[in-house]
Design a protein around this ligand. Structure first.
Ligand SMILES: [Zn+2]
Length: 91
């Protein structure tokens, strides 16, 4: 086996292994409303506030809620793909 054949074999094996790892890796099933957000790590207890066109959920009275607010259970907001407001729900 020549050196070139060996290098090509290693490259093909690496690409196949990477494809297998990518194909078998399962991501989160949850579809977030914002492609740039992280899912909520903690489900907020009680009721949170969302807007129909918004992507985040907030505490009641947050200054960053614009438009008509809808009240949801925290678990429902997370299940619906809303992500926590970084202003009023930051830890
Ligand atoms: Zn907020």
């Amino acid at each position: 086996m020549t050196e070139r054949t060996w290098i090509v074999s290693v490259a093909v094996a690496t690409i196949l292994a990477g494809g297998w790892i990518a194909a078998t890796r399962r991501g989160p099933v949850l579809l977030l409303r914002s492609a740039h957000a992280e899912p909520a790590s903690l489900v907020p207890p009680g009721t949170v506030v969302v807007t129909a066109s918004g992507k985040t959920f907030h505490r009641e009275g947050c200054a960053f809620v614009h438009g008509p607010a809808l009240r949801l259970a925290g678990a429902q907001a997370v299940a619906d793909g809303f992500t926590p407001c970084t202003r009023c729900l930051a830890r």
